[in-house]
Design a protein around this ligand. Structure first.
Ligand code: FMN
Length: 249
């Protein structure tokens, strides 16, 4: 009888222990499933060496320094604080015949190359004539009927120095340059003029720019003969380099 009672007691004890341990294992199983599925996700994203290590490693979220991505710099620009804005026309030009790239554009590229500046080509919404006579004609009409600029510099605030380039037209800046200078607030910025020409030099255009932008610092200007930029770029480049050095670049 004692033996029977002992067997019955043992049986009851086994059933109770099994029942209790079953509840505990249920919640642990849930945890294991979620851990293993998260480790599966992370191992599928990691390389094979990492996934081999994670088999015996607790699932602790530690960011691998190599996977930290640096914040991307300003998406709209290159990070440069210098802008080369210029107006220049290909086609038929004085002294150089029909050219594929404008004289001023050649100089603008030299400046941007040397300084790491961003470039902005000032263009009209209306196409310019490709003949010299056509340009003489339209340039006169523009004085009374200023052209509209096709594009804008959206991040002008990013720039503290603006090199502004243009051909000399009638001893002055083309009207489109005046339109450009009146389209932005250049207060506190440095504006450095450069031009190409057929003998007139800067022709006082640096002063004109100073009058249009009275709250800007106007740097020493550069003039390069159009034919030199087009036909003797090495000589033009030497002038650009020397002038940039004089201006502290
Ligand atoms: C309408 C017009 C007027 C010009 N007036 C002058 C001038 O007064 N003095 C001068 O030296 N060159 C003058 N030029 C020549 C240009 O300044 C020169 O060819 C310049 O390099 C052209 O530059 P681009 O090819 O970048 O437009 C004139 C050219 C044009 C088309």
């Amino acid at each position: 009888m004692k033996k029977l009672l002992l067997i019955w007691l043992c049986t009851c004890l086994c059933i109770t222990v099994t029942a209790c341990s079953g509840a505990t294992n249920g919640s642990e199983t849930e945890n294991i499933i979620s851990e293993s599925s998260s480790s599966e996700i992370s191992s599928s994203e990691s390389n094979s060496e990492d996934s081999r290590q994670s088999e015996n490693t607790p699932d602790i979220s530690v960011t691998d320094p190599e996977t930290i991505t640096e914040p991307t710099p300003d998406e709209t620009g290159t990070g440069s604080h210098i802008l080369v804005a210029y107006f220049s026309l290909a086609g038929e030009q004085y002294e150089v015949g029909v050219i594929e790239k404008g004289n001023t554009e050649i100089v603008a590229e030299m400046i941007a190359d040397a300084t790491g500046a961003d470039m902005f080509k000032i263009e009209s919404t209306e196409e310019y004539p490709t003949t010299y006579d056509g340009l003489l004609d339209i340039s006169r009409k523009e004085e009374d009927d200023p052209p509209e600029i096709a594009d804008t510099v959206d991040n002008m605030d990013d720039y503290d120095t603006i090199f502004i380039g243009y051909p000399i037209w009638w001893g002055d800046t083309p009207t489109i340059i005046k339109v450009f200078l009146q389209s932005y607030d250049f207060s506190g910025k440095t504006i450095i003029p450069f031009c190409t020409h057929a003998g007139s030099g800067l022709s006082g255009t640096d002063r004109t720019i100073g009058e249009l932008c009275p709250d800007s610092t106007i740097g020493n200007g550069l003039d390069v003969r159009g034919s030199t930029a087009q036909e003797d770029p090495e000589s033009a480049k030497n002038s650009v380099t020397e002038w940039l050095e004089d201006n502290g670049y």
